[in-house]
Design a protein around this ligand. Structure first.
Ligand SMILES: [Zn+2]
Ligand SMILES: [Zn+2]
Length: 314
C-alpha cells in the first residue's frame, strides 16, 4: 500500500541545469497522480521511469507557465503512446479555455476522453475522490487564482485478528461481516463484536501540496496535522521583500507555517534560480522546523504505514 512522492522539478520561473520546473508524481496504492506540469515534465518522467499512461489524474495549481507549459506535450505524447483510458485534469478556471485554444490552433483531437474539472481556487472543497483517496483544494494567495491540493488516503479497511479466526473457527461469511463492522454470532450462540475482533492495520496518510503563495495563515487550518507538507520556498528570508512583491514565500515563512499547522514533515521547493546553493534555504527552515527536507529533482519520499518518512533518490 504505497504512499510515495517523486519530485520531477523543484525550480521556480527560471530553470537551471539541475532544477526543472514544478511537477510532482504522487503514487497512492499504485495509482499515479501528476501535480503541476511545468515545461519538460514529460522528459523528467522518462528520466525517472514514470510511464505517462499510468497517470490517473492531473492536478494543476495555477496558470503560470512554470506549472503548466508541460501539459501540451504530455497530452500529445499520451495520444502517441496509444492512451485510450479517460484522463481527468483538475485546474482553476480558465484552464479549459487555454487548452481549447491550443487544441484548436494545432488541430488536435485526442483519442482518449479528457475530462476537465475546473474549480474555484478561492474555495476549499473536495475536488476529486475515489475508493482510495480524497482530494481537497487549498486556497492560496498568489498573483493569479491559485490553489494547493490536500491528498488524503481513505481509512484502510478493518482486519480480523487471526487468533480469533483460528480460535473460534470463523467462516468466510463471519469474517466478512466483522470486516464490515457488523457483529458475528459464534457457533455456540455467543456474540463476537466487531469492536473486539477487528483492528485497523494502519492510519490513513496525507500529503498537502502548497504551490506558489504568499505565506498565509489560513492555509495552516486546512493542512493541519498532515504527514507531509510541500510548501514553496522561493526565497531566503533576507529577500522577503521580493517574496512579498512576487506573491511567494521564504524558507522561514514555510517553516513557520509548518510549525503552526503541526505537520509531521515539511518539504521545500520552487527555488529561485538566483540561488546556486540550496543548503542556506534548508538551514533557515530547519532553524524553525527541524523536520524539513530539501526537495530536489529525482528525490523520492515514501510515507510508511507507521507514518515515518523514508527519503531516497532515483
Ligand atoms: Zn511558479
Ligand atoms: Zn506562479
Amino acid at each position: 500500500m504505497t504512499f510515495q512522492v517523486t519530485i520531477l522539478g523543484c525550480s521556480s520561473a527560471r530553470p537551471t541545469p539541475s532544477r526543472h520546473h514544478t511537477a510532482h508524481v504522487l503514487n497512492v496504492h499504485e495509482q499515479f497522480f501528476l501535480i503541476d506540469c511545468g515545461e519538460g515534465t514529460q522528459y523528467q518522467m522518462a528520466r525517472y521511469g514514470i510511464n505517462p499512461l499510468k497517470i490517473n489524474a492531473i492536478f494543476i495549481t495555477h496558470l503560470h507557465g512554470d506549472h503548466v507549459y508541460g501539459i501540451f506535450g504530455l497530452l500529445s505524447t499520451m495520444a502517441m503512446m496509444g492512451r485510450q483510458r479517460a484522463l481527468t485534469i483538475v485546474a482553476p478556471r480558465p484552464f479549459a479555455l487555454m487548452l481549447e485554444g491550443h487544441f484548436s490552433f494545432f488541430g488536435i483531437e485526442l483519442p482518449y476522453p479528457l475530462e476537465i474539472r475546473e474549480i474555484d481556487a478561492r474555495l476549499s472543497a473536495e475536488v476529486w475522490s475515489n475508493r482510495t483517496m480524497t482530494v481537497t483544494s487549498v486556497p492560496l494567495r498568489h498573483r493569479v487564482p491559485c490553489c494547493g491540493y490536500l491528498f488524503r488516503e481513505r481509512e484502510p479497511g478493518l482486519n480480523v485478528y487471526r487468533h480469533l479466526v483460528e480460535g473460534y473457527g470463523l467462516d468466510p461469511l463471519q469474517v466478512a461481516a466483522l470486516k464490515r463492522g457488523e457483529d458475528a454470532v459464534l457457533a455456540n450462540g455467543m456474540p463476537l463484536t466487531a469492536a473486539e475482533a477487528t483492528y485497523r492495520p494502519y492510519e490513513a496518510r496525507s500529503y498537502a501540496f502548497c504551490s506558489d503563495t504568499t505565506a498565509s495563515g489560513k492555509v495552516a487550518s486546512i493542512v493541519r496535522g498532515v504527514d507531509l507538507l510541500y510548501h514553496e520556498a522561493t526565497y531566503l528570508h533576507a529577500d522577503r521583500a521580493l517574496a512579498e512583491k512576487t506573491g511567494h514565500s521564504t524558507a522561514l515563512q514555510a517553516a513557520r507555517l509548518a510549525k503552526k499547522a503541526g505537520v509531521h514533515h515539511l518539504l521545500l521547493g520552487h527555488y529561485s534560480a538566483r540561488y546556486k546553493e540550496l543548503e542556506p534555504l534548508l538551514t533557515e527552515a530547519q532553524g524553525e522546523f527541524p523536520d524539513t527536507v530539501l526537495g530536489r529533482d529525482g528525490l523520492v519520499l515514501t510515507l510508511e504505514k507507521d507514518h515515518s518518512l523514508k527519503i531516497g533518490s532515483i
